[in-house]
Design a protein around this ligand. Structure first.
Ligand SMILES: C[C@](O)(CO)[C@H](O)COP(=O)(O)OP(=O)(O)OC[C@H]1O[C@@H](n2ccc(N)nc2=O)[C@H](O)[C@@H]1O
Ligand SMILES: Nc1ncnc2c1ncn2[C@@H]1O[C@H](COP(=O)(O)OP(=O)(O)OP(=O)(O)O)[C@@H](O)[C@H]1O
Length: 275
């Protein structure tokens, strides 16, 4: 049994306030693409995790892996002692702003809900997701949505840009989410616009871009390369350093992808579509 863990994008991310609990109040437009990690499960005694895929070497398969944390939390919340032999095919770069770990945790919850026959559904799994991380509820829902609070209050929205060709690129730099938030200057630059996804993006920002750029100059270089590649739009996702670009056609996107691999051979790229 397998479950996709699609990459998450923050099409816009407005940071409004530093809260007393150390988190930041956000307004963000979450969206997903048609590619990402994959979590699969087979019968097993106890809980175990095996890692495969291009980024397996950047992660441990120990207790702190979000797949095992999600499985353990679900086991204890459901009051069951069933086992699971889990495999994570790690295709997304780690600590890169596209929610890889959050997507894996969410996919694990959906997968084990079926595998263990718990039938909690998305609604029943939501509190467990929120306990695992700010992005896990959005990844559990897996639909275009406006997120508020620390990202866990979600309102789904129809995506007028569904199917749009996307190129996602990372300069090969891992950024700590906490370190990027710590660089935010405390200035509230205003709410998300109302309207369709395309309106929200056009009038939106990623307020973590400048903080992330203070930690790595590669983001400026990557955004310039994407904008110069024929994209109709480019922005950083989450706390970076991954950026995404939207294209008017597959041909333009694929040409940009080839140019990026030639000009920046050490960058990681993924050609995909908004869902
Ligand atoms: C940047 C985003 O990816 C945008 O969707 C998320 O806000 C981050 O979500 P995440 O990686 O699931 O983050 P968590 O694991 O919950 O938190 C990691 C750290 O990021 C900071 N953090 C996270 C979320 C938030 N709303 N405010 C924060 O200040 C906190 O220092 C926290 O200790
Ligand atoms: N399965 C996993 N995949 C990725 N990271 C994991 C996983 N399990 C634990 N982690 C840890 O979680 C941290 C954040 O990883 P993740 O890839 O979710 O960050 P991110 O892409 O910046 O996510 P976000 O956009 O939600 O901030 C990493 O430092 C990593 O060590």
């Amino acid at each position: 049994m397998r479950e996709p863990a699609p990459a998450k994008l923050n099409l816009a991310l407005h940071v409004r306030e530093r809260r007393a609990d150390g988190y930041h109040a956000l307004e963000t437009l979450f969206a997903f693409v048609d590619q990402g990690d994959v979590v699969s499960v087979a019968p097993g005694d106890g809980l175990s995790l095996a890692l495969t895929g291009p980024f397996a070497c950047d992660l441990g398969s120990g207790d702190d892996n979000l797949v095992l944390r999600a499985a353990r939390l679900l086991q204890s919340q459901a009051g069951i002692a069933k086992g699971a032999a889990l495999t994570l095919d790690k295709r997304l770069p780690v600590a890169s702003g596209i929610g890889g770990g959050s997507a894996d945790a969410a996919a694990t919850l959906r997968l084990l809900d079926r595998f263990w026959g718990l039938d909690l559904g998305i609604e029943g799994l939501m509190p467990i997701a929120a306990a695992l991380g700010s992005d896990v509820p959005a990844c559990l829902l897996g639909r275009t949505a406006i997120g508020t609070g620390r990202g866990e209050h979600l309102v789904p929205i129809a995506n007028d840009l569904a199917g749009t060709p996307v190129l996602i690129a990372n300069p090969g730099v891992a950024l700590s989410t906490a370190a990027v938030f710590a660089q935010w200057d405390g200035v509230d630059r205003g709410a998300l616009a109302a309207g369709e996804v395309s309106d929200i993006i056009a009038h939106g920002r990623n307020d973590l871009t400048t903080p992330a750029q203070e930690l790595t100059r590669d983001i400026n270089r990557l955004l310039d390369a994407l904008i110069g590649s024929g994209a109709s739009f480019a922005r950083m996702s989450g706390s970076g350093a991954t950026c995404f670009a939207l294209y008017e056609s597959d041909v333009l996107r694929d040409r940009a992808s080839r140019a990026m691999s030639q000009d920046h051979p050490h960058y990681w790229t993924m050609a995909c579509r908004l869902t």
